[in-house]
Design a protein around this ligand. Structure first.
Ligand code: AHG
Ligand code: MN
Ligand code: MN
Length: 339
């Protein structure tokens, strides 16, 4: 029989992946499809952010003490909604919520997964038409099925992630997700309203030419970090520098670019934020998982991000992440400086 060759949609791809495992229940495919739906809904609102009264502050402060933009609230409700109404997720944790939510209904209590997310990343960029994103992370629950999920299901080390991904609302909208088997990217095809496989098996180049850091904070960084940044700006035999500096201020966009082109991204400790700014569960862990599956590395400057056992849902971490070769250069440099 003649079968037309065509680009796989996100649903087709996840089902195809599932078919490779005869015992798979399809719950993860369902969950990814639900997240894809939330992404499409958020995308519609992001695209008209300049037109409607959805732009701007919602007038609340989130649990992290930051202004909540209206789109943050909208995105949070969309992701929460699809997961609650789906059949694969037992509970959620979100950057925008004080505490985790156990869905606690008979179907959810028998679901395998919990999901954590940053519904809108880079929200400071909404009103200036710069790329923003959504980040998600999926864990298998550790408490037995049949009961509501509890805190220990959410406070797992990142290494336990089953899948992690992000959506970038950029010049095109892309959903990228990783399982242990690989990282794949899907571009939203507006003509059919489906995410279509455009970037199969993404590998992060071992070396790149880009370093991404907030230079405005330079004088607040510790001396070894300052010294490394200056190494990035120099022509050395070891690094092949100088590197190009690129920093958007939406980590989804910065890390998406570095994942594809190769590079290093840093959010070090500052005097104001001695533990770093980024959230371990909603931002650092999902990206550490994606980048590691793609061949890169992620640390907090001392230990591997994925090995950190969290003690709080909204825990912050410093983050150094990117191409394997560049991360190794950074590590050997920090070790030398710290010695
Ligand atoms: P969010 O919009 O979810 O609060 O995250 C913003 C984060 C991250 O995306 C970005 O890399 C970082 O904040 C930028 O922080 P600075 O402006 O301090 O550099
Ligand atoms: Mn964020
Ligand atoms: Mn956010």
């Amino acid at each position: 029989m003649m079968v037309n060759r065509k680009i796989l949609t996100l649903d087709e791809f996840t089902i195809q992946q599932m078919r490779a495992f005869p015992h798979a229940t399809g719950e993860l495919s369902n969950l990814l499809r639900d997240l894809g739906l939330a992404a499409k809904r958020i995308n519609v609102e992001v695209n008209k952010a300049g037109l409607v009264d959805i732009l701007g502050d919602a007038g609340e402060i989130n649990v992290q003490g930051e202004d909540v933009k209206k789109l943050d609230v909208y995105a949070n409700n969309q992701v929460m909604g699809v997961l609650k109404h789906g059949i694969s997720c037992a509970g959620i944790g979100s950057e925008e919520l004080d505490d985790f939510i156990a869905f606690d209904d008979p179907v959810s209590n028998n679901s395998k997964y919990v999901c954590m997310f940053d519904p809108l990343d880079g929200s400071g960029n909404i009103d200036v038409n710069v790329s923003i994103g959504t980040i998600f992370s999926v864990y298998r629950r550790v408490t037995p099925k049949g009961q509501p999920v509890s805190r220990e299901d959410f406070l797992q080390a990142g290494i336990n992630q089953v899948a992690a991904g992000y959506i970038v609302y950029g010049s095109s909208t892309m959903l990228v997700y990783a399982t242990r088997r690989g990282v794949n990217g899907f571009t939203l095809d507006p003509s059919i309203g489906e995410f279509s496989l455009s970037h199969p098996n993404i590998q992060c180049p071992e070396f790149g030419k880009i370093y991404s850091v907030n230079h405005g904070n330079f004088f607040q960084y510790e001396k070894p970090v300052q010294d490394y940044i200056q190494v990035c700006q120099q022509k050395t035999k070891e690094t092949g520098g100088p590197y190009t500096q690129r920093y958007i201020g939406s980590m989804v966009s910065d890390l998406h670019r570095n994942l594809i082109k190769g590079g290093i991204f840093m959010y070090p400790a500052t005097k104001d934020k001695p533990k770093g700014k980024l959230r371990l569960l909603y931002e650092c862990n999902p990206f550490a998982f994606i980048v590691e599956v793609a061949g890169g590395k992620a640390t907090n400057g001392k230990v591997r991000i994925l090995d950190i056992v969290p003690t709080e849902l909204h825990q912050r971490s410093t983050l150094f992440i990117g191409s394997k070769g560049m991360m190794e250069e950074l590590e050997s440099f920090l070790q030398r400086e710290n010695a």
